[in-house]
Design a protein around this ligand. Structure first.
Ligand code: GRG
Length: 295
């Protein structure tokens, strides 16, 4: 199987996992479950759940089913997008090629659907790994920390503060990227590794460092696409950073400079993969394709 077929196969597994593991729209109250599914099934690259599944394969050992962990990560990622799009944050009306949740439903329903996805992620972990308490606890801890006030939410907080200043420093930008973006990519790999029975220690920490470099490269490419892409291709509003006079890699270094930074972190991610045991060829391909992506 070539890598692009493998990626499509993993994405189909994730779509199926969402279908099976998230409450159907017939569950009462239908409106909240409809809103959760609306945002979850709108597409998206599924990078984070694919990383969970790919990392679970690395050890070659008989892994615990990584699907609940993969869907839990996608639930948190989707909640963060819903909340980020709200009028009190980025106030956007296009996401994953569709009207944002608060445009499609209303603000209160969008807020609640984000809250529900955030909470549901942890139910998925508790139920999905109930037979192995140590694994469940480790997964919950990793995901709670990555999504919490020091990482995803902390990154978003500093992003909002930096927006108001519009002259954020290099160091502030690094904090935002590491936490708003890299945290969820790191934790996807670590959770996949845990499902694949990689024990806490050097192996898991190498996966985390790999995720950090991939996450930084991913965010810089996101900045470049915001400056150079169009809304139809991206499925979200392009050109928002410049309009908000936001400090980004593109603003600090220009598009070419930002590309060099993205390449540097991509190379560091690939070097990190050389230190990781198992067959890392698919992950190497995925890292390179994230640098070349157009959306
Ligand atoms: C509201 C707690 C909270 C956090 C919001 C996700 C986020 C943090 C903000 C959205 C804006 C943004 C640029 C975030 C950085 C991470 C990022 C690039 C998200 C988009 O991820 P993709 O491109 O999205 O993987 P898809 O739709 O493909 O899943």
């Amino acid at each position: 199987m070539d890598f692009s077929t493998k990626l499509n196969d993993l994405i189909s597994q994730v779509e199926q996992g969402i279908h099976e593991l998230v409450p159907p729209v017939t569950t009462r109250p239908a409106r909240i479950h409809e809103a959760m599914r609306y945002s979850l099934t709108a597409g998206g690259k599924r990078l984070r759940p694919v990383l969970v599944l790919a990392a679970a394969e690395l050890s070659g050992r008989d892994a615990f089913d990584p699907m609940p962990a993969a869907i839990a990560v996608e639930c948190i990622h989707t909640y963060s997008l819903i909340h980020d799009d709200l009028p009190c944050m980025d106030n956007d009306d296009l996401r994953r090629g569709r009207p944002t949740a608060h445009k499609q439903f209303d603000e209160a329903t969008a807020l609640l659907s984000g809250d529900a996805l955030l909470t549901y992620a942890f139910l998925l972990l508790a139920d999905g790994y109930a037979a192995n308490g140590d694994l469940a606890a480790a997964l919950v801890r990793e995901l709670a920390h990555a999504a919490g006030s020091e990482r995803l939410i902390g990154g978003q907080m500093e992003d909002l503060l930096a927006e108001r200043k519009s002259d954020a420093t290099d160091e502030e930008l690094a904090f935002i990227h590491l936490n708003k973006t890299a945290a969820m990519i790191e934790v996807a790999l670590v959770m996949g590794g845990l499902c694949g029975r990689i024990l806490p220690g050097a192996g898991l920490e190498r996966l985390r460092l790999f995720g950090r470099e991939l996450g930084l490269a991913f965010q810089i490419v996101d900045d470049i696409l915001d400056a150079t892409g169009d809304s139809a291709t991206l499925g979200k509003t392009a050109g928002k950073d410049a309009k908000a006079e936001k400090t980004t890699f593109v603003k600090l270094y220009g598009v070419e400079g930002a590309k060099r930074h993205a390449e540097k972190h991509t190379t560091a991610a690939l070097d990190m993969l050389d230190e990781i045991s198992g067959d890392t060829e698919f992950l190497k391909w995925l890292v390179s394709s994230m640098l070349e992506r157009k959306k």
